[in-house]
Ligand binder design. Structure first.
Ligand code: NI
Length: 175
């Protein structure tokens, strides 16, 4: 397995739309494992292909406490087929591509979804609360959407300004 490099905002790939996977072959299955390993290394509970520079519709998620790989959900072509029209869930979201920034995001509390597992088998999953929230955040990535897009323009601009400032300060340290 290998660690992949996580792309940070404003990397263009974070704003691009990933394409469906047509065949889960050995390469794709290995990529799914690598994506999960990179997620664990970064202490994230989810990671999407865009975040490591790939435009295939693949995500990794693990909201378990053990985080030993057994609870990992490796999903290709994840698709929400139903989302709770009434109840919502709010979570203080962060993102490995927007390090150091967090904000409350409200999303549907429950979803039903389908995906292909690393063996290419179609699976159906019902998720709620944190798992549902995390999957929705990762599927957003596949569509070029970031959690800051769910915030008010005022809040989003505040975060973007801080990121820009941090970037300039970092540039100043390169001697
Ligand atoms: Ni993210």
């Amino acid at each position: 397995m290998s660690h992949l490099t996580i792309r940070i905002i404003p990397a263009e790939v974070l704003r691009q739309v990933a394409q469906p996977v047509t065949d889960i072959d050995k390469r794709v299955a290995k990529f799914m494992e690598d994506l999960a390993e990179t997620m664990y290394k970064g202490n994230g509970i989810g990671l999407a292909a865009n975040q490591v520079g790939s435009l295939e519709r693949i995500i990794a998620v693990d909201v378990s406490e053990e985080r030993n790989g057994k609870g990992a959900l490796l999903m290709a072509n994840p698709e929400v087929i139903w989302s709770d029209p009434v109840e919502t869930f709010t979570y203080n979201e962060g993102c490995l591509s927007i390090p150091g920034h967090y904000a409350n995001v409200t999303r549907p509390k429950r979803i039903r979804m389908t995906y292909l597992d690393p063996r290419g088998k179609k699976q159906e999953l019902e998720a709620e609360d944190l798992l549902s929230q995390c999957i929705q955040h990762e599927i957003d990535h596949l569509n070029g959407v970031l959690f800051i897009d769910h915030l008010s323009k005022l809040k989003r601009d505040m975060i973007l300004k801080k990121i820009e400032k941090e970037r300039k300060e970092e540039e100043g340290h390169i001697l």
